[in-house]
Design a protein around this ligand. Structure first.
Ligand code: PMV
Length: 320
């Protein structure tokens, strides 16, 4: 299947995300540290002469890019429903076609759905107003929130914040929404690998909730540990103390294991990365499958070689 064919389209980008520290604990008010990635979703939109509203999603990791799915208004699967919600925000556009290139794995904790929604909404806003939307365009925010509501139910808002604003930030749940505080870091070199298909975030969150309810005091101690890890990680990021940051990733991964959300494959991928020279490694996101990332300040070649040898997709990112 060939890639996009749109002529002079309007464009939009949405960032993928990586939760560096604090997933799951963030549900209970502990801050998380999150990074928007320079990878994510790229959308191109153009008007159609008819009333048709079509969304095509391509996997950009293949050459030529491969069509994953195509949806139209009126279908009832989650992607089509989310697409419908985004279109409602831009209802002055009648006939429209959007093509999206996704260059992160879908459904594995890297925020692909929010990246897709942000890219689509930005491209549609560009088309409607004939200029790129402002970064905090309220129409884009509303469209992405509506789409995320379809994909994730009551999501914490981490993915949306990362997909729209990018950067490295502290995220705290604040009632129904989230508070985002930018953090400074530079030259943070990471390798990311998808070690298993992603699991349902809702199921994983419920699993942790049950454990914390069962265990009472020791569950609270676990949350306290993650809170301490996040505080120290903020200092380590600012100081570019990669050795400390690696230790803290390993500790946070251990806490996530204790919460019951790591798996044999995720643990294995972390061990392999550490043995190949990474300073630290942890799962990211809801767990039960999905991705791990490793801290590789002196280069990621050995880590990537080892992961690839196990048949896992992997790539590097630098956060600046
Ligand atoms: O859906 P994921 O894999 O990006 O994980 C979401 C992070 C959690 O802390 C587990 C849940 C949440 O809503 O914050």
């Amino acid at each position: 299947m060939s890639g996009p064919t749109l002529k002079t389209p309007s464009q939009g980008f949405g960032s993928g995300k990586l939760i560096l520290f604090g997933e799951h604990a963030v549900v209970y008010g502990v801050p998380a540290i999150v990074a928007g990635l320079s990878r994510g979703a790229y959308a191109k939109a153009r008007r159609l002469g008819s009333h048709m509203a079509r969304l095509s999603l391509f996997d950009a990791s293949t050459s030529p890019s491969r069509l994953l799915v195509r949806v139209e208004r009126g279908q009832s699967d989650p992607l089509a429903l989310a697409w419908h919600k985004i279109l409602l925000e831009f209802s002055e556009l009648d006939g429209v076609e959007v093509e999206v290139q996704l260059d992160i794995p879908a459904g594995s904790g890297l925020g692909s759905s929010a990246a897709l929604a942000t890219a689509c909404a930005r491209a549609l806003s560009h088309l409607a107003h004939e200029r790129q939307p402002a970064i905090d365009d309220p129409r884009v925010e509303r469209a992405v929130a509506q789409a995320e509501g379809i994909f994730h139910g009551s999501a914490s808002g981490i993915d949306q914040a990362a997909s729209i604003y990018g950067g490295v930030f502290r995220f705290e749940r604040d009632g129904g929404t989230g508070r985002r505080t930018n953090l400074t870091t530079s030259g943070l070199h990471l390798a990311i690998c998808q070690a298993a298909p992603g699991a349902s975030t809702a199921t994983q969150v419920q699993r942790v909730r049950e454990l914390l309810t069962r265990r009472g005091g020791s569950g609270q101690q676990l949350l306290g540990l993650v809170r301490e890890v996040v505080q120290e990680a903020e200092l380590a990021l600012a100081a570019r103390d990669w050795s400390a940051l690696g230790d803290l990733m390993n500790i946070n991964h251990g806490a996530l294991g204790a919460m019951g959300v790591s798996t044999q494959a995720l643990d294995h991928a972390c061990h392999i990365a550490r043995e190949a020279g990474a300073l630290g490694a942890k799962l990211t996101g809801a767990g039960g499958g999905g991705c791990v990332f490793a801290l590789t300040p002196s280069g990621a070649d050995d880590v990537l070689d080892q992961w690839h040898a196990h048949g896992w997709e992997a790539f590097t990112v630098t956060l600046s």
